[in-house]
Design a protein around this ligand. Structure first.
Ligand SMILES: [Cu+2]
Length: 165
């Protein structure tokens, strides 16, 4: 059996990246462990940005539902699900939020789920931390910190179905 060296190297690099101080933080809210909430850098006046979360683990015996987020300088973020169809990406509001089962976990990578924010009033500068909240069904509003990151992992979305292609 052949072992792929590149796959192992990548896994090691990711593990080191996540473990190094400053690159990933964890927040706690009740029985929830919130791993590395982050928001894409944006200039003051920018029309939009988005925030994601590496993982939320529910260590409790009750389900919880993630509903929304706020970030200082970016206002209220709306939870969207990114949808891929035939290689084209679009998004729709996750109306009922995201369920986190008891002893389960969810991930919000930029190609699956995003909190989308409107007009940015205060610059979000890469590698800094910014105050915000996550809004849950039961815990309600929980203060957390988002790390500001450069990011290009969000798929390019098509605003409307394309014609004639
Ligand atoms: Cu972090």
């Amino acid at each position: 059996m052949k072992i792929s060296i590149s796959a192992i190297t990548l896994a090691a690099a990711l593990a080191i990246g996540l473990a190094s101080p400053g690159s990933a933080h964890q927040e706690t809210a009740g029985k929830l462990k919130i791993g590395h909430p982050w928001i894409r850098e944006a200039a003051a006046g920018a029309p939009s940005t988005y925030a994601c979360i590496i993982e939320i683990e529910n260590g409790g015996d009750e389900p919880e539902t993630l509903l929304g987020a706020t970030v200082n300088g970016a206002g209220t973020g709306v939870l969207y699900q990114i949808i891929e169809k035939d290689g084209h990406f679009s998004s729709k509001i996750a109306e009922h939020g995201l369920l986190i089962k008891p002893h389960g976990s969810i991930e919000l990578p930029a190609d699956k789920y995003q909190f989308k924010f409107g007009k940015i009033t205060k610059a979000l500068i890469a590698d800094s931390m910014v105050d915000g909240t996550l809004v849950f069904e039961k815990l309600h509003s929980v203060p957390i910190h988002f790390m500001v990151e450069q990011d290009d992992t969000a798929p390019k979305e098509h605003a409307a179905p394309e014609a004639g292609r």
